[in-house]
Design a protein around this ligand. Sequence first.
Ligand SMILES: [Zn+2]
Length: 186
Amino acid sequence: MADHDFGYTKWGKDWVRFAESLRQTRPDPQLPSARRAARDGKVQITIDGRTVRAVVHRGRSTAEVTIDVAPMSQGAMAEISRHLSGIQPLLTDDLYHAIAAAGHPPAPALVRVDCSCPADTPRCIHELSVYYDMARRIDDDPRIALDVQGFFRASADGTEVSVTATPQRWIALNALDPAAYFMVTE
Ligand SMILES: [Zn+2]
C-alpha cells in the first residue's frame, strides 16, 4: 500500500487524515498523484509560525498553497509539557496515545487553506500534495507537528502563557531550542 509511505507515525498520520478523511466513503481520485508529487519532491514547504506555505510543481505549472494551523489546545500543550520530565523526551506514538488518552488529542486543526490554482473542487491536488508532504516531514521529525501548532512559541506573545500549571518548566521549555530539546526517533 502506497499509503504506508506517509503517516507511519501518529504525528504524521494526522496530516494524512486531511487528505484521507475517515468520513470519506471513497478515496479521492487525486490522491495517487498528490502522493507522487510529495514523494518526488515537487512540494517546497516553508513554515512560518503557524502558517505553512508551499509551492507545488505539477508539469509546467506551479501553485502556491497557504495553510493556517490553529494553535494547539491549551489542554494538549499542558499535557505534553507535563510529560516533559527533564530528560529528553521522545515524541513517540506512545506519547501521542498518552496525550490523547488524557483527553487532549494533539491533532492539528486547519483554520484556512488556500491555493492559487483555479480549481473549484473542494480540495485541489496541490493542497492534497501539501498534506502528504507535511506528513512525510513530520514522520521524519515529529517536532514539526508541535511547532506548526505554535507549541514552542506559546509563551512568546503572552496570551497563551497560562497554559500550564508548571510555569517554571514552561519557561524553560520555551527558552530551549526545540531542535535540541526533543530527540527524534530514527
Ligand atoms: Zn490548487
